[in-house]
Design a protein around this ligand. Structure first.
Ligand code: PHE
Length: 451
């Protein structure tokens, strides 16, 4: 094994890495995106396809991405250059850096809304239905040209504050606090919601399939995109995190642990949200505003709703923060090495770029709402493109890299799977199954779905 570069940032413990990787995975994707795509695409049917993708494709690809970072020992681009000098493979990492910047640009807009809602709950302003209703105040808020930008900047400022402190001192410490607290809050919330009248209907929606949805090609692309988005795979953020591991830290268990926890968090978010929605007789296919309009109106009429509202927006903001940290660290690590900047300068630079790009997503709800493609505004467009194309394409390239560019021995060594049978299964998934499944899904969507 190559001598590891001791100057590079490193995690203090393997658990610290696992919590950070879980922090990256569990985010708005689980609590904001998962419930509304599930609501739009038939509940349990979507859930089943999603789970199949997570376990058959997502977790193996997560291990694949980890293996490139740990063996490459550098940032998104540098790791590929280390493993495949004088080739074009590092473009995969480069695309990831751009993808990460784009994701965080819209992600921080939604996270800013969440922070603002937390503030409104802390001050009591949203404890009961405001004049005009939650729908109207939300529409007014997101279409305001200035205020959401301030909250987005505040959120990015907190992210910057952590990333600037480095891997051990900032990222590892922050996640070691955020993740356990998040877990406790979510379990508490799900438990409470299940005690409400009518909650069972929501649970049924989440667990009872509607098989007719299976012929909808959009279901598969969305489930695949959601699996990649939720597991943070394809943009090399997980690759960057794995590059900070020490040689002795094993990968396969970490990939399974992160994948399983991410799924558990998504299902808990579903259990927290759908029963509440059904018990108050509201619609589940509300789209992105689900957590900002539907949930507050539920909280308003629920016993202890004000406390629940505060807890909910605390946890939503915390989950977003731990993911945003990984999305910022991805370009920071790249800029730090390539331009030779200090961590501090790189963090300021990347945060500024992300904020400026994010302005477009934010204004897309107001003065730029005329800018749409296929009915999607700017945020919707970037979200759709990154989740359904950039991430799957990045993950596909990484699978081709390990499956076809590296040889079998290298792949086995880097994956750290010791059991030969398990390795064979994983290798076939990476080499054959992933490329075939992804090509079929993309083609089916190009021909079968034009909305
Ligand atoms: N996985 C995060 C979420 O579910 C989003 C994310 C995507 C983070 C890609 C990092 C990289 O919210």
């Amino acid at each position: 094994m190559k001598q590891l570069n001791q100057n590079q940032d490193q995690w203090k413990t393997r658990l610290g890495f696992m919590l950070a990787a879980m922090g990256s995975a569990v985010g708005l994707g689980n609590i904001w995106r998962f419930p509304y795509v599930t609501g739009e695409l038939g509940g349990a049917t979507f859930l089943i396809v999603y789970l199949a993708f997570v376990f058959l494709i997502g977790i193996p690809l997560l291990l694949n991405e980890f293996s490139i970072g740990k063996a490459g020992q550098k940032d998104a681009v540098g790791s590929f250059q280390n493993l495949a000098p004088n080739t074009k493979w590092h473009w995969t990492g480069f695309m990831g850096v751009i993808g990460g910047i784009l994701i965080l640009s819209f992600y921080s807009v939604v996270a800013g809304w969440s922070l603002f809602y937390l503030y409104k709950y802390l001050t009591g302003a949203y404890w009961s239905e405001p004049d005009g209703g939650y729908g109207m105040v939300f529409d007014e808020w997101i279409s305001n040209p200035i205020l959401p930008l301030l909250w987005q900047a505040l959120f990015l400022g907190v992210t910057l504050f952590i990333v600037i402190r480095g891997v051990k001192g900032g990222i590892e410490k922050a996640n070691a606090f955020l993740m356990p607290v998040l877990a406790v809050l979510m379990i508490f919330m799900a438990g409470y919601v299940l005690t409400l009248d009518g909650a069972l209907e929501g649970v049924t929606f989440l667990f009872q399939p509607d098989w007719s949805q299976l012929s909808n090609p959009k279901l598969y692309l969305t489930a695949l995109g959601q699996a990649f988005f939720s597991l943070s795979i394809g943009v090399s953020g997980m690759l960057t995190y794995a590059s900070y591991l020490k040689a002795k830290d094993r990968l396969p268990g970490a990939a399974i642990g992160v994948g399983v926890m991410d799924t558990v968090f998504a299902v808990i978010a579903g259990i927290m949200i759908f029963p509440a929605v059904f018990s108050f007789g509201l619609e589940v296919n509300e789209g992105p505003p689900l957590v900002f309009i539907t949930l507050p109106s539920i909280f308003a009429s629920m016993p202890l709703g004000n406390v629940v509202g505060i807890i909910f927006f605390v946890l939503l903001t915390m989950a977003a923060l731990s993911s945003a940290i990984s999305l910022l660290e991805l370009p920071v690590a790249f800029f730090k090495r390539t331009i030779g900047m200090s961590r501090k300068a790189a963090t300021y630079l990347c945060t500024s770029i992300i904020f400026v790009l994010g302005i477009a997503s934010s204004l897309g709800f107001g003065i730029w709402s005329g800018v749409t493609i296929g009915g999607q505004n700017i945020l919707g467009m970037i979200d759709y493109l990154t989740a359904n194309f950039v991430l799957p394409f990045g993950a596909l390239l990484m699978a081709l890299f390990v499956g076809w560019y590296l040889n079998r021995e290298q792949a086995q060594k880097n994956s750290e799977i010791e059991n030969p049978l398990m390795f064979n299964i994983w290798y076939i998934i990476i080499k054959i199954i992933v490329p075939v499944v992804m090509i079929i899904i993309v083609i089916a969507n190009i021909f079968g779905y034009t909305a």
